[in-house]
Structure formats: structure tokens, C-alpha cells
Design a protein around this ligand. Structure first.
Ligand code: PMT
Length: 226
């Protein structure tokens, strides 16, 4: 096909962890490095899409040719994603914290003498679900990820239905897989038009990104009869 099949399209990608503040110096986070999400943003941009990457804190270099918005918390990530609309393609690869501390202490918390400290949490907004339900702003193709540690495909299918996205990319994040933080990934692509999930061979996250971007380009080309 053409070298830049996504020219004229707009894409939004989320990447990295979120940081949920506990006090001015502490936060809740997770092991996401941003490697997978950043690679996807770069791959979509190389295929010609005008791409916005909304990323939590990572050490990754901003991908060339991509507009990058740096955020910390899930709520900031949601706001930055909503600001990026309308887009044709959304890919949510970020490991967004499902919960945040109910109260952020205004000053650094003191160790004190208590034998135990409780942390109260409340649910964060779900960015993938929000984009999937964005009404007339809904992207033509919404792709989620599913990070699972057991019954990977089954749980990912349920997640796709529950969150309302079109495709979901399932990956096993069990200890020892290196999926969080590593350079390689083994993924299963679950689409809306296929009953059988595709299991891709283990490959670099860069190769996962390139393959996914090609698939997205094929899909949008067909859908619009281009
Ligand atoms: O960053 P790396 O080190 O390269 O690792 C890559 C990865 C493992 C983080 C990535 O491949 C991946 O699986 N990303 C999704 C991680 C995740 O949080 O999955 P989940 O199954 O908890 O969430 C399902 C989907 O909902 C995801 O698309 C997630 O971005 C989205 N979500 C979840 C919660 C929330 N509050 N908002 C969301 O948008």
C-alpha cells in the first residue's frame, strides 16, 4: 500500500503510568515504562497520522513528529485526552491507576508514632471507557489494552465489552513475562469483526507497534472506502 496510509487522519495515544499523589512528595504508581505506548504513537505518526501522545511520567524520549502532552494523574490524563478530540483513532496503552488517594495531604506526612497507617482510595475516571462513549466525538476506532495475569483472552474479551472499545490488545503481565518495562511483548488482538483472537508471536514492542499501526491503517482504509 501507500507509504503514508494514515495521512489526513488524527490519532490519540495514551502511554505510561499515572502518578496519584498522597502528599507533596509521595505517590501511587505502577511499573509501566511507556515503551509500548510511545512506540505506538511513533508508528502511527510514521504512517502519516497527526498524532497526540498523552503520557504519564516516564523516562522515554518524545517520539519524533508526535505532539506530546505530559501529565501526572489519571484526571489530568483524561482532560488532556478530551482536549485532543476529535480524533479518528484512539489507542489506550497507558497503565492508568484505577484508584487514587481520597485525600492528598497538603504537607509532607510525618512518620509519627502510629503502628499502622490507613490509606483511603477512590476510583479514578476510566479514560478508555470515556473515549468509547464520547458520543459524536467518539473516534472511529478505539483500541484498548488489557493487562492480565490469568485467563488473558477471556478477561480481555470481557474488558472489551465492558469498556465499549472496538479492539483490545491483550497482554500477559504476570511476574517473569517482562511485559511491564521490558522490550518485548506477546499480544493477542481481539477485534470486533473476528471471533477468534489472533495471537502474535513474541516480538519487540516496536514491532507490535508497527504491526498494530498497519492493521489500523488497513481497517480505516476499508471502513471509509478509501
Ligand atoms: O509501558 P510498558 O512498560 O511498555 O508496558 C506496556 C503495558 C503493559 C503497560 C501495556 O502493554 C498495557 O497493557 N497497557 C494497559 C495497562 C492497563 O492498565 O490495563 P488494564 O487492563 O488495567 O486497563 C484496560 C484498558 O483500560 C487499558 O487500555 C487502559 O489504558 C484503560 N484504562 C484503565 C483504567 C483507567 N482508569 N483508564 C483507562 O483508560
Amino acid at each position: 500500500g501507500q507509504a503514508r496510509p494514515l495521512a489526513g487522519r488524527r490519532a490519540l495515544v495514551t502511554s505510561g503510568p499515572t502518578h496519584e499523589p498522597i502528599d507533596p512528595v509521595r505517590y501511587l504508581a505502577n511499573r509501566s515504562s511507556g515503551k509500548q505506548g510511545h512506540a505506538i504513537a511513533g508508528a502511527l505518526a510514521r504512517l502519516g497520522a497527526a498524532t497526540t501522545l498523552v503520557t504519564g511520567p516516564t523516562v522515554q524520549v518524545d517520539p519524533p513528529g508526535v505532539r506530546v502532552q505530559h501529565v501526572e494523574s489519571a484526571r489530568d490524563m483524561l482532560a488532556a485526552c478530551q482536549d485532543a478530540l476529535p480524533v479518528d483513532i484512539a489507542v489506550c496503552a497507558a497503565a492508568v491507576a484505577d484508584w487514587r488517594p481520597s485525600d492528598c495531604a497538603p504537607q509532607k506526612m510525618k512518620r509519627g508514632d502510629a503502628a499502622e497507617l490507613g490509606l483511603r482510595l477512590q476510583p479514578n475516571p476510566d479514560i478508555l471507557a470515556a473515549l468509547s462513549a464520547a458520543g459524536n466525538q467518539r473516534p472511529a476506532l478505539v483500541v484498548g489494552f488489557a493487562a492480565e495475569t490469568e485467563r488473558v483472552v477471556e478477561h480481555a474479551r470481557e474488558k472489551r465489552a465492558r469498556k465499549g472499545c472496538d479492539w483490545i490488545v491483550a497482554n500477559d503481565v504476570s511476574v517473569g513475562t517482562g511485559t511491564f518495562g521490558g522490550d518485548d511483548n506477546t499480544v493477542h488482538l481481539i477485534t470486533d469483526d473476528a471471533t477468534t483472537p489472533e495471537t502474535w508471536p513474541r516480538m519487540t514492542k516496536q514491532a507490535v507497534a508497527d504491526t498494530l499501526a498497519e492493521r489500523i491503517a488497513e481497517r480505516l482504509g476499508t471502513a471509509k472506502g478509501a
